[in-house]
Write a protein that binds this ligand. Structure first.
Ligand code: GDP
Ligand code: GDP
Length: 437
């Protein structure tokens, strides 16, 4: 089970600055991400060999018309429901406010582990004033400066210490884990019902009702697999922005636990920002992807040209990752829904693909010889051999060479593309590293 930490607090206390500070190191490693705003909302943090997910709930609130208090209550609500640990950020320069106290009341009642982050403690003299936050009744305030980074080490130690110790040891079998994800009303329950001919639709009138992700084991379509179900965010009638917001956060755990995600998009709407938010979570976790364009029955123009244009538009939005399957289907008419499972299985196999060292070298070294990495300051980069690392979740390849630090992103992409041409990695990210030999 992965740990999820949520940042809450009034506007301007420094939530997004803290988010950036804590996720920085990771984002430097994962270089293939577009630097768009959505990257600010969900990230991974590594600390002392532990990894956890961090969400800045402030960044997710889409309804800016809301009065401040409502907005914060929404953040706090989702944080309490979804996170393992809540970081409650307050501003030492501003001091304690009524709003801080009312948020603290809610957090205290929830019984969730909470850490008070007394931000903007840029120096010792101001840091002393953090003591006033003791009165919130949530334990020791951690005086930090999100801007200069001081105090964040102690804060992270504290956060990690609050994670539950007993990691429910993998009782799951080593078979594919699939998750169906997508915005509300895209057809997730419909496709699951259609595929598994079961009425397992959970309908409730309360938006944001949550339930733990549930693994259901199936033996169907000639395979054994788990389906990770995130039902529980159902509301009759109009889908509000709030529901969208809840549903994206709800999908975090399902994505983190899946091998391959079936991302459903609505044929009548195309890809919109919430679809991209979900995709971004998927990408940060390096998961397998199948895109299902659902409600294809409602689209009139089904010519090849129309399909091609739709496909191109999707790949453009999800670039630079473009090598993934797209299926046009309908949960209602059941058109191509079996194909979805076949393709998800293929993606799973692609993720498990092992290329023997001899094959890698036989195929790639001549290609590299013909198009070597560009020389840097008159020095030549020589790639000597390539090997795949064993036992990695994502296919990972190491290129041994003399000057690994000088291999630039475009050449890395060139190699990745050649590998994708020679072996099927459709739907899965692959990692390419350079090491000195
Ligand atoms: P959010 O609305 O809670 O996400 O707050 P932001 O992260 O956008 O920060 C609000 C303002 O506070 C910005 O001008 C930040 O530069 C500033 N800020 C954030 N953290 C610190 C800090 O540790 N020290 C100081 N002095 N300013 C900070
Ligand atoms: P969820 O919120 O993602 O689980 O979406 P649902 O499965 O509840 O579907 C939302 C609505 O879209 C329901 O009224 C479905 O009947 C309808 N729907 C789902 N899939 C299709 C489809 O392929 N074609 C059409 N025309 N309607 C669909």
């Amino acid at each position: 089970m992965s740990n999820l930490v949520a940042i809450v607090g009034r506007p301007n206390v420094g939530k997004s600055t803290l988010f950036n500070r804590l996720t920085q190191s990771r984002q430097a490693i994962v270089t293939d991400e577009a630097g768009t705003t959505r990257d600010r909302l969900y990230g991974k943090v590594q600390w002392n060999g532990q990894e956890f997910s961090l969400i800045d709930t402030g960044g997710w609130v889409v309804n800016s018309e809301d009065v401040m208090e409502d907005e914060i209550n929404k953040q706090v609500d989702i944080a309490i429901k979804e996170a393992n640990v809540v970081l409650f950020v307050v501003d030492v320069m501003n001091g304690l406010t009524d709003l801080d106290s009312s948020v603290a009341d809610i957090l205290r009642k929830s019984g969730k582990p909470v850490v008070i982050v007394s931000n903007k403690s840029d120096n010792y003299s101001i840091g002393y004033q953090s003591a006033e936050f003791y009165s919130l009744g949530l334990g020791d305030p951690y005086a930090i400066s999100a801007i200069n980074g001081s105090g964040t080490g102690d804060l992270l130690d504290r956060v990690v210490s609050l994670f539950s110790k007993e990691t429910p040891e993998d009782e799951l079998e080593d078979i594919p884990k699939f998750a169906v994800v997508g915005r509300p009303n895209v057809g997730k329950s419909s496709i699951i019902n259609a595929l598994l001919d079961e009425k397992r639709n959970i309908v409730t009138d309360i938006a944001g009702t949550t339930r733990d992700s549930i693994y259901t084991r199936y033996d169907k379509f000639n395979m054994n697999f788990y389906l990770i179900d995130t039902a529980g965010i159902r509301k009759k009638g109009k889908v509000t922005e709030d529901m969208e917001y809840f549903s994206v956060i709800r999908s975090i755990r399902a994505i983190e636990e899946a091998d391959v995600c079936i991302l459903m998009v609505d044929a009548t709407r195309g890809i919109e920002s919430q679809d991209l938010n979900i995709f971004s979570i998927l990408q940060k976790n390096r998961k397998g992807l199948v895109v299902l364009v659902n409600k294809w029955d409602l689209v009139e123009d089904k010519t090849n040209t129309a399909v091609q244009m739709f496909e191109n538009a999707i790949r453009e939005r999800l670039a630079p990752f473009v090598d993934f399957p797209i299926i046009f289907g309908s949960a209602l008419t059941k058109q191509r829904i079996l194909k979805v499972m076949d393709v998800a299985k293929e993606v799973y196999q692609n993720r498990k693909r092992k290329i023997p060292t001899s094959k890698l070298n036989e195929v790639l070294l001549p290609l590299i010889e013909r198009t070597p990495p560009p020389a840097n300051k008159g020095k030549y980069i020589k790639i000597k051999y390539i090997t795949q690392l064993p036992n990695t979740a994502v296919p990972t390849f190491v290129f041994f060479c003399n000057l690994p630090q000088w291999v630039k992103e475009p050449y890395k992409r060139f190699l990745e593309n050649r590998m994708r041409e020679n072996w099927s990695f459709t739907g899965t990210p692959i990692n390419v590293f350079f090491r000195e030999k």
